[in-house]
Ligand binder design. Structure first.
Ligand code: GLC
Length: 625
């Protein structure tokens, strides 16, 4: 019999290790069991977990216990996130402290600092080319500043999310430098080839992520005589996750970051982590095994921390990141609901929600185990039209034609389009065209010619926010959208950004507009007050808890999208009018969906039927109880 553990701290660690062992070791056995150094690796990993636990500050250990008792802390209706670049929002980390009242005013309980670890100099793909995972970007401050901000946020009940890039490091990272110098140990951290044959064989089935400015997936470095796997940009070297040392190193980094006081780790570009010849090398089964094992490590040594997995892929491919089959409840706690975002824009352009209803009802379960979505309308990245040919066909549409239409519409080219966006990464070979643009510009505010146009744009923005606030998940508001900030074309003058149109929707915060946010006079102020209201109504509507089922209902009205949230306290029927025309829904249908009180939890007002019909103005949204 094992010796009884006496120190409470050790006991907690042992219990947590025992709890997560079945989630961890079988994954690692399968991934790395045949590796000659596997036994040593297991020992090293165990020591790393114990070490991280020993180093974990007392206040975070207390948070671990609190969250063990309240494992749904991230699923509650009082969670709402705000995403920003530290420099663009507040100059630096210390500046963030001065802006906490603004965040509280908006009603935010979660912040995502866009990449804030030390990036390579020059173009760093917005910080996603990380040179040192243990240092904060010096332009933002020091590790000490970071920990102080994390503590202050925690004190205010605001969770902190930061990025951990798993697929690649900057080519200037210490490991890459050693690999370049010929150290075989570190060359095995990356995917390096002596001749072009193997890369060419992989290339046959790979897609290009940045076909415009970083074509191909490999880079040849004659000076070292190697072809290096570089899925994204030349300066981002893909890690070799088939090497257990990479797993070990990243786990140590992950737990080190966890111990600085972050609550959510956004695991970046996870789909690409495992390579298999003859495939797209995206979302291979091993990716899910690695991610389950990483989650188990967090649950052992830093259980207050949850994982947001960034996989912007088709509906069917995305769900497994929240755990399916044997990974159910054991993988990501959060993943972006990319389909919801894409379908929002698609339905807004066509004024037709049937494709949206079909996709969301067919491909997504009504509930998830220990997990939920990050719901969003815009983020720092482009919009790729992730609509499959099969889904389009189900609605008698052509996939390629609909995707091209959406690009043209949101670029602003399509006749009658209200949107103003910028193309991103046009792929001549596949015809694929993605779109950049701020929420407000894509929704019509930039192009608005009349008061009526602006009003429609504003209502589209508020409808989008009302949708992500009720759908089920953590709504993420992208900095500036709450003030209806327009596209910022100044990126074209910055040589590090000019090639990357995503910077058009990464503006500097408009603090002048924020200063008059309560006036109710400008579009900025009306949007702010509207979003603030939506978040406060969300907080007050406990039935929106993410664990309650989300059911998509066909409404029989092309322009109306319906989500039913099935709370034990009663259903909430959320309706959205995606058109600029009034719509009328019959009282009979509403009653059949369980609407009894005819009270709108969003406007917090009774709903009056006209001739037993609910009248929905252009872009209306209601949460009916
Ligand atoms: C993720 C990020 C994106 C970045 C890419 C490569 O998709 O969201 O901004 O370019 O990873 O790191």
């Amino acid at each position: 019999m094992a010796k009884a553990v006496t120190k409470p701290d050790d006991l907690i660690f042992q219990l947590r290790l025992a709890r997560s062992a079945p989630d961890l070791w079988p994954m690692l056995d399968a991934l790395y069991g045949s590796h000659p150094a596997y036994a040593q690796f297991r020992q090293d990993l165990l020591s790393a977990l114990a070490e991280a636990w020993k180093d974990r500050p007392a206040d975070l250990k207390q948070l671990d216990l609190a969250r063990d008792l309240e494992p749904d802390w991230f699923q509650r209706a009082d969670m709402a996130g705000y995403v920003f670049y530290i420099d663009r929002f507040a100059g630096n980390l210390k500046g963030v402290l001065d802006k906490l009242d603004y965040l509280a005013d908006l009603g935010v309980s979660y912040v995502h600092f866009m990449p804030c670890l030390k990036p390579r100099p020059g173009d760093s793909d917005g910080g996603y080319s990380v040179m040192d995972y243990r240092a904060i970007n010096p332009a933002y401050g020091t590790l000490k500043d970071f920990k102080a901000v994390a503590k202050e946020l925690r004190g205010r009940g605001i969770s902190l999310c930061i990025d951990l890039v798993l697929n690649h490091t900057a080519k200037e990272h210490e490991w890459a430098e050693k690999a370049k110098a010929g150290d075989a140990t570190y060359q095995d951290y990356f995917l390096m080839f002596d001749s072009p044959e193997i890369p060419q064989a992989y290339e046959k089935t790979l897609v290009e992520v940045f076909p415009d400015n970083a074509p191909g997936n490999f880079t040849h470095y004659p000076e070292i005589g190697k072809y290096v796997w570089t899925t994204f940009n030349e300066h981002q070297w893909d890690l070799n996750w088939a090497n257990p040392q990479v797993f070990l190193e990243i786990t140590k980094i992950m737990l080190h970051l966890a111990n600085t006081g972050v609550d959510v780790l956004r695991l970046d570009a996870v789909a690409f982590m495992w390579k298999r010849l003859g495939t797209r090398c995206q979302s291979e089964p091993e990716v899910h095994m690695i991610l389950q094992a990483l989650r188990a490590c967090s649950r052992i040594a830093a259980p207050a921390v949850i994982h947001l997995e960034e996989a912007i892929v088709s509906p069917q491919e995305m769900l497994p990141y929240l755990g399916r089959g044997r990974h159910d409840g054991r993988e990501g706690n959060l993943a972006y609901h990319n389909s919801l975002m894409v379908q929002f824009w698609s339905a807004l352009a066509t004024r037709d929600t049937r494709l949206m209803t079909h996709v969301l009802a067919t491909h997504f379960p009504d509930r998830l185990t220990n997990a939920t979505y990050a719901t969003y309308i815009r983020c720092h990245d482009d919009i790729g039209w992730a609509i499959t040919d099969e889904d389009a066909m189900a609605l008698d549409m052509s996939g390629p034609a609909h995707r091209t239409y959406l690009s043209d519409f949101y670029e602003g080219d399509f006749p009658g389009s209200f949107a103003q966006g910028v193309l991103f990464q046009v792929n001549e070979a596949t015809g694929d065209k993605r779109i950049s643009g701020s929420f407000a510009s894509l929704a019509g505010l930039e192009k608005a010619q009349s008061l009526a146009d602006s009003e429609h744009a504003l209502q589209r923005i508020l409808m989008g926010h009302a949708l992500i606030a009720c759908f089920g998940g953590i709504p993420l508001i992208y900095m500036g959208d709450e003030l209806a900030m327009l596209n910022d074309y100044s990126y074209r003058d910055n040589p590090d950004h000019a090639h990357d149109s995503r910077w058009v929707h990464r503006p500097k915060m408009d603090w002048d507009a924020a200063a008059t946010r309560h006036s109710g006079e400008s579009a900025a102020s009306r949007t702010f007050l509207g979003v603030q209201h939506i978040l406060s109504r969300r907080r007050a509507t406990a039935g929106l808890h993410a664990a309650h089922p989300t059911k998509i209902l066909p409404t029989g009205h092309d322009a109306i999208f319906a989500v039913q949230r099935q709370a034990p306290t009663g259903n909430i029927l959320c309706l959205f009018n995606f058109s600029e025309h009034w719509q009328h829904v019959s009282g009979g249908w509403l009653r059949a969906q369980g609407v009894t009180q005819f009270h709108d939890a969003l406007s917090y007002a009774p709903v009056i039927l006209h001739g037993d019909h609910l009248a929905l103005p252009p872009f209306a949204r209601v949460w009916l109880i």
